[in-house]
Write a protein that binds this ligand. Structure first.
Ligand code: SF4
Ligand SMILES: [Zn+2]
Length: 373
């Protein structure tokens, strides 16, 4: 679907987000998932709210997805590829049993992250009896529970109910950007900063941990702008959160970002930008209690944050180490020939008004320009 349809008015962002969802291939993919098995279960080293290192189990469930997606959806979110429309409470209980079987009943774990591709405590997405069972069971097992939610769904009444069953809980909100214009026009997030601030206040009132996700380089943004803005956002958001997780864009299938990327109008962030963001924000956040982690999903791959190919592995490893040690020395001695290309791009982005940025993979498809009158 073209952005501008000749005589017709321009397509709305909403239509662009939703278009690929109903393709026969998307429907077929959704229906192929086994409703009785979770999408993923894995163990990772983690840190409890009091700073103690621990083992965490992450359980990603196959669900009906997110109410915001049903209405509209975020521009970068590809979760619609992974959901099923007909998931029942019985299916979720089977998936939970399977997660316990795979982890030997969470043996050796002190934390469990239960991710539902939406809001854990939204009753239209997740049957309330299942929510209650998971809250009770994780509390009885002494597990710290981490769930995800949208800011406007963190309502007082629901949070009190949550706290009455499982008080040992962190709620992670995908804020993505600390900027209302970016939330509206780049991310299509569905809530604004005022709503996020209120949600954080309510979570604090109920003594929940606050985790915030930021997205490094939303669509329609240059590399230079992404670096400049995210460095600022991390400093702001870290003041109010227990943990900030900066997620560099990784391109998910059939999203708007995927289309821009195919059309050579979007490149996932450079790993050098992530290093620079960490270096520029470190001092201001190091005295806070907030932990800042940067995890380049698909780092070094073409659809994830990457450099030239030669240095990617080393730079990804340094960023991962920093997320654990919070020590800038992880980056000392790190260099590559591609660093000057990255630096030129960022300087040009900041000095020239080029819409999507000045980098080579963001100038669009040359044949389109050749054909333009
Ligand atoms: S709120 Fe979360 S799950 Fe829902 S569309 Fe946005 S990113 Fe996807
Ligand atoms: Zn390189």
């Amino acid at each position: 679907m073209p952005l501008l349809k000749g005589k017709h008015p321009p397509s709305r962002l909403h239509e662009l987000v939703k278009a690929p969802e109903n393709l026969p291939s998307s429907v077929e993919r959704r229906e192929s998932w086994d409703a009785k098995r979770p999408a993923t279960v894995y163990l990772t080293p983690e840190v409890l709210p009091d700073g103690t290192p621990c083992t965490a189990a992450t359980v990603i469930l196959r669900t009906k997805g997110c109410t915001w997606w049903w209405k509209s959806g975020c521009t970068f979110c590809g979760y619609f590829n992974d959901v099923r429309d007909d998931i029942t409470a019985g299916d979720l209980f089977s998936q939970w049993d399977e997660a316990k079987r795979r982890t030997n009943d969470f043996e050796g774990c002190q934390m469990v992250k239960v991710y539902t591709s939406g809001t854990f405590f939204e009753d239209r997405e997740i049957p309330v009896e299942w929510q209650e069972a998971i809250l009770r069971e994780t509390h009885e097992k002494g597990l710290h529970l981490v769930v995800e939610a949208q800011a406007h769904l963190c309502k007082d009444e629901k949070l009190s109910w949550l706290a009455s069953i499982q008080p040992n809980c962190t709620v992670a909100i995908g804020l993505e950007a600390y900027d209302d214009e970016v939330l509206k026009f780049h991310v299509n997030k569905g809530f604004n900063l005022k709503t996020w601030h209120k949600a954080v206040q309510r979570l604090r009132k109920h003594n929940f941990g606050v985790k915030t996700y930021l997205l490094f380089k939303p669509p329609f943004m240059s590399e230079g702008d992404a670096l400049f803005h995210t460095t600022r956002w991390v400093k702001e958001v870290a003041q109010l959160s227990d943990e900030v997780s900066v997620n560099p864009m990784n391109i998910q299938k059939k999203t708007i970002v995927d289309r821009l990327h195919r059309n050579k109008e979007y490149r996932p962030p450079w790993l050098w930008s992530l290093v620079k963001m960490i270096q520029d924000s470190h001092e201001e956040i190091s005295h806070l209690k907030c932990r800042v982690i940067v995890h380049p999903t698909a780092g070094g791959k073409i659809r994830g944050s990457h450099n030239c190919g030669a240095c990617d592995r080393e730079v990804v490893a340094a960023i991962e180490r920093y997320s654990v040690s919070a020590d800038l020395d992880e980056f000392s001695g790190l260099d590559c020939k591609c660093r000057s290309t990255w630096l030129d791009e960022v300087s040009s982005d900041m000095s020239m008004p080029i819409q999507f940025g000045s980098g080579m993979p963001r100038r669009g498809d040359p044949t389109r320009y050749m054909r333009a009158p």
